[in-house]
Design a protein around this ligand. Structure first.
Ligand SMILES: NC(=O)c1ccc[n+]([C@@H]2O[C@H](COP(=O)([O-])OP(=O)(O)OC[C@H]3O[C@@H](n4cnc5c(N)ncnc54)[C@H](OP(=O)(O)O)[C@@H]3O)[C@@H](O)[C@H]2O)c1
Length: 255
């Protein structure tokens, strides 16, 4: 078994997940970089983590597929023999204006829930045996302000993140005292996610609009979320079941 602690981050080939594995690598942990479609970005993130002194295992797995989650857990056990923190970051959405109800159907809800809610559950179930071997293990679920404010890419996405918050509370009760389970609800984070979903022009306007409404006149950097994921995962010894709002003060205003 590895002497160094190990952090598994789903969807860590880009954005928030990539910043989070880099953060844990910088703190002296080994990391597991996961992606579902594109291997090259995951290999690049793993190379960055290795340059920071970490061992980095790259695993392709779609968190919506339970067999993939269980294979990922088996690869982690074979390589490191341990997992100390799991960050459920992989997520998906469909960009549909909230008032356009006909723009969403049951299949959209099911696809989004399959990744954002069931995927997180399946990853927890697959890694629970490894996580509970070591005192102080932590799970961090990446939720969204969408779960609390009725804003975001679509109603299906907002609902999925609300469900993830409920899952966080339920798992915190169920898995304590061995494992702490918390969530982070970021506001607008500067990653490829929104840029791809909105297009360059709408993205720039959305960033400006967010800043003008947020008390701190700022949007969120992936590294801001990684800081919180580091604290909630590796520290925060007496915190469980919490959803940490990380929105630069958007919720203090009218939203
Ligand atoms: N950006 C924001 O403003 C914002 C705000 C609040 C919350 N969030 C949440 O933050 C999380 C990460 O978002 P991001 O902005 O960092 O997105 P991103 O830059 O688009 O990265 C998404 C990552 O997830 C992976 N992924 C997607 N579907 C997957 C699946 N089924 N299984 C495994 N990996 C999968 C992607 O790799 P592949 O494409 O290769 O699979 C990629 O590594 C999401 O849960 C999102 O809901 C984002």
């Amino acid at each position: 078994m590895s002497e160094r602690r190990v952090c598994v981050v789903t969807g860590s080939s880009s954005g928030i997940g990539a910043a989070t594995v880099r953060r844990y690598a910088r703190e002296g942990w080994d990391v597991v970089v996961n992606f579902s479609r594109e291997p090259a970005p995951a290999q690049a993130v793993a190379a960055e983590c290795r340059a920071l002194g970490a061992q980095a295992l790259v695993v392709q797995a779609d968190v919506a597929a339970d067999a993939d989650c269980r294979r990922l857990a088996a690869e982690v056990e074979a390589r490191f023999g341990r997992a100390d923190v799991l960050v459920n970051n992989a997520g998906t959405t469909k960009f549909v204006a909230a008032g356009h109800l006909e723009g969403l159907d049951a299949a959209d809800f099911q696809r989004i829930y399959a990744v954002n809610v069931i995927g997180a559950f399946q990853m927890v179930r697959a890694l629970q045996p490894l996580l509970q071997r070591h005192p102080g293990a932590g799970i961090v679920n990446i939720s969204s302000v969408a779960s609390m404010m009725g804003i975001g890419s679509s109603l299906a996405y907002m609902a999925s993140k609300g469900a993830l918050n409920a899952l966080t509370a339920g798992l915190a009760r169920a898995l304590g005292p061995a494992i702490r389970v918390n969530a982070i609800a970021p506001g607008l984070v500067e990653t490829p996610w929104l840029q791809a979903g909105l297009g360059a022009e709408r993205y720039a306007a959305t960033v400006q609009g967010y800043k003008s409404r947020a008390a701190l006149d700022a949007v969120i950097a992936p590294e801001d979320v990684a800081d919180a994921a580091w604290w909630l995962g590796a520290g925060a010894a007496k915190t469980t079941g919490e959803v940490l709002l990380l929105d630069a003060g958007l919720r203090l205003t009218r939203g």
